[in-house]
Write a protein that binds this ligand. Structure first.
Ligand code: SF4
Length: 394
């Protein structure tokens, strides 16, 4: 049972019946909360849980319930809605209660997956134990086979990380900041190296050292992290340097970026919100590092070590690098094709495949195979000739 302390309000009523969620049958629940498309909140009896459309490791986008085992937290992350000193009513689930609630919501057809996180309560190890209890109940008692993403708590032990990897399709450790100096501005009681980087290292070690058949469904889960952007004075270069290192050393599947928004009642409530466009540029740059063969040196950082905010980083790279030395579509290797705006990994494959059946002569040939031909036009040649120039979109 998840103990309740301090501001945490323990729920005393018994777990819902198998066929009901908070007293609603599956049909009543579906009628009440509608279809499974889009993102929305479920709020029943004062408990609020978000449903997001999320890309799962298979590539499918599915509605995933984001649930907290408890919104009580003993840590003082200065940006966080669950900041220990913030005055609001905390909610705590017992592991079995949340497992059964989620299972019923899933059976009602409202969600296809669960992302389980938690505030930290009586230490990261203790909190992780409760999360693992919940995941065990879901997997082994309720025989849930669907998507499960488990957060690794700061302070979790190696054995707990292994156990999480034997239950989940994805695990994550949120770094929040690119290095210890920046983290100290955001979360003074979190230890960057020991509590956050170390579990990410363990995840990779376990994947390398133990056979995948030990993982859930016969494979090891993917791993992700998240950064809060714009609250610690960090540069884009700092963030992307860390992302590049994580990609390389820890086989990170994906980094998430969250533009900072001030939360009332936290120490950063008067700190300005970050421009969401910066978050978007960081995503674009991280995909270039992960999927397009770009190195940090290829990215167009400004003198302030940020990405230019008003232009796609790939387009900025092409304008300075490819305008005078365009890429010959009928001869370039995949790596070079991927440098061209409008050509992604699928487009590059399609070009290489098409070339086996004859040369690509005009922009319409590129359009037919899914390339954004107008976007690519200023930076390519087709059999040595520059195609007609079109308006370049940012
Ligand atoms: S540990 Fe997590 S839940 Fe707790 S204050 Fe920090 S970010 Fe928020």
């Amino acid at each position: 049972m998840f103990e309740s302390v301090g501001e945490c309000r323990s729920e005393s009523r018994p777990p819902p019946h198998r066929t009901k969620v908070f007293g609603y049958t599956a049909t009543e629940l579906r009628d009440r909360y509608g279809s499974t498309s889009g993102m929305r909140w479920i709020e029943v009896d004062g408990r609020r849980m978000a449903i997001h459309l999320t890309s799962v490791p298979s590539g499918r986008r599915v509605p995933v319930l984001k649930a907290m085992l408890t919104t009580a937290c003993e840590r003082d992350c200065r940006y966080c809605i669950f900041y220990a000193g913030r005055d609001f009513q905390r909610i705590t689930f017992k592991p079995e209660e949340l497992a059964r609630t989620y299972h019923d919501i899933h059976r009602a057809g409202l969600v296809d997956g669960l992302f389980l996180s938690s505030g930290i309560f009586a230490g990261g190890t203790n909190t992780q134990n409760h999360m693992l209890d919940m995941a065990e109940i879901l997997r082994h008692k309720l025989r849930y086979r669907g998507y499960l993403h488990l957060k690794i708590m700061p302070g979790a032990e190696r054995g707990q990380v292994l156990q999480a990897m034997q239950l989940a399709d994805r695990v994550s450790v949120n770094l929040e900041a690119p290095n210890s100096k920046r983290l100290a501005c955001l979360a003074p009681t979190k230890d960057f190296s020991n509590e956050l980087l170390r579990p990410l290292r363990w995840i990779e070690e376990i994947r390398r050292e133990a056979p995948p058949k030990q993982g859930w469904g016969g494979r090891w889960p993917s791993s992700t992290t998240q950064f809060v952007v714009g609250a610690a004075g960090e540069s884009d270069l700092e963030i992307l340097t860390t992302v590049a290192q994580l990609n390389q050393s820890f086989s990170l599947s994906r980094a998430y970026f969250e533009a900072f928004t001030p939360v009332q009642g936290t120490p950063l409530e008067n700190h300005p919100a970050e421009d969401p466009l910066r978050q978007h540029r960081l995503y674009q740059a991280s995909y270039l590092l992960r999927d397009y063969g770009f190195d940090l040196e290829d990215l167009p950082f400004t003198i302030e070590r940020h990405l230019p905010i008003h232009i796609d980083p790939k387009l900025a790279y092409a304008q300075t690098t490819l305008s005078e030395t365009p890429v010959e579509i009928n001869r370039a290797e995949r790596e070079k094709l991927l440098r061209v705006p409008g050509i992604g990994p699928r487009g590059a494959e399609a070009i290489i495949h098409s070339r086996q059946h004859g040369s690509l002569r005009q922009l319409s040939d590129l359009r037919k195979i899914g390339v954004l031909a107008e976007r690519a036009a200023p930076y390519i040649t087709l059999n040595g000739k520059r195609p007609p120039q079109q308006l370049t979109l940012l």
